[in-house]
Design a protein around this ligand. Structure first.
Ligand SMILES: [Zn+2]
Length: 307
């Protein structure tokens, strides 16, 4: 009996060591407890693993979700402006993450956010009309107030993707951190029609108040490329969460709309010029934001409304 107890103690100590290493890998993500995508520390248990993770189970505005029955809306387009400095690529034990302090930015709904990092989930976390894609890329952005906006890009099986090829060739062993150069913009589809809603991080601590912009059109990656991610993580997707009455918008990419907006910005207003296409839409966006982030800090909300 005593021997069994001793063996259990040794096993527990080794588990604690693994946990400590995991925290070491989790660059700047502040993971407080070991979590996984299966079993005792899997998604259904995340909220119980640590007080800091409580939102994973008690939150009412969680991600991912099934993107379906969206309300069509008019909002400014998603305009990425990424650059290609050397990026840092790591395997943090949960995903392949590429981080940057100078990777450029994206304009979401008329507001600039800096790219912080991007990472991969296989299969996809969001569903589109119930359909799961082979992979989903999350490009995580932050504005000057600390507000997060994530651009989700689906990938389906198809042609080999040259940027993903370069990334996969540079996946470091374990905790190492390697440099890699990729053209992030070419990892996006040309049609930037998007779904928009307010949700959460899809990993612990599942913090809410995250602006989600998920592109409808997928990019392609080869079966081998998809297989490589599966070989590393088996699967790393959180199941879809209930919408709980949140607004889900769909914004169609209409390049034609961009012309009058540019004209309005570069020329003095004329009597005959049409009202800016984004005027009424920014109101509906602010309403959406304020309705969905009631629980979020007032300062954040004020920051958004002021733009
Ligand atoms: Zn993610």
């Amino acid at each position: 009996m005593r021997i069994i107890k001793l063996a259990l103690l040794v096993w527990l100590l080794s588990a604690v060591t693994v946990f400590a290493e995991e925290v070491g890998h989790a660059v700047a993500s502040g993971h407080a407890a070991h979590w996984t995508y299966e079993g005792e520390a899997g998604p259904a248990k995340w909220g119980k693993l640590s007080a800091e993770f409580a939102e994973c189970s008690i939150g009412h505005a969680q991600s991912p979700i099934n993107l379906t029955a969206a309300e069509t809306a008019q909002m400014p387009p998603v305009v990425p402006a990424y650059v290609t400095p050397p990026l840092h690529i790591i395997n943090n034990g949960h995903t392949i993450m590429v981080s940057t302090s100078d990777g450029g930015e994206t304009n979401f709904a008329g507001k600039q956010y800096k790219l912080v990092q991007f990472h991969f989930h296989a299969p996809s976390e969001h569903k589109i009309d119930g359909k799961t894609y082979a992979m989903e890329i999350h490009l995580v952005h932050r504005d000057s107030n600390g507000q997060l906006a994530v651009l989700g890009v689906m990938a389906k099986r198809g042609k080999e993707n040259p940027e993903i090829k370069r990334l996969w060739e540079n996946i470091p062993k374990e905790a190492a951190n390697k440099q890699v150069k990729v053209d992030i913009a070419s990892m996006l589809p040309s049609d930037k029609s998007y779904y928009h809603y307010v949700g959460s991080l899809t990993t612990p601590p599942c913090s809410e108040g995250v602006m989600w912009y998920v592109l409808k059109k997928p990019i392609e990656a080869s079966a081998d490329q998809l297989q490589k991610l599966a070989a590393l993580f088996k699967h790393n997707e959180r199941p879809v969460q209930p919408l709980n009455g949140r607004k889900l918008l769909f914004v169609k990419d209409t390049p034609a709309l961009a012309t009058p907006m540019v004209a309005a910005a570069t020329h003095p207003p004329e009597e005959s010029s049409p009202p800016p296409a984004h005027k009424e839409t920014s109101t509906s966006h602010e309403q959406l934001v304020s309705a969905a982030t009631e629980k979020a800090a007032e300062s954040k909300n004020g920051g958004i409304s002021s733009s």
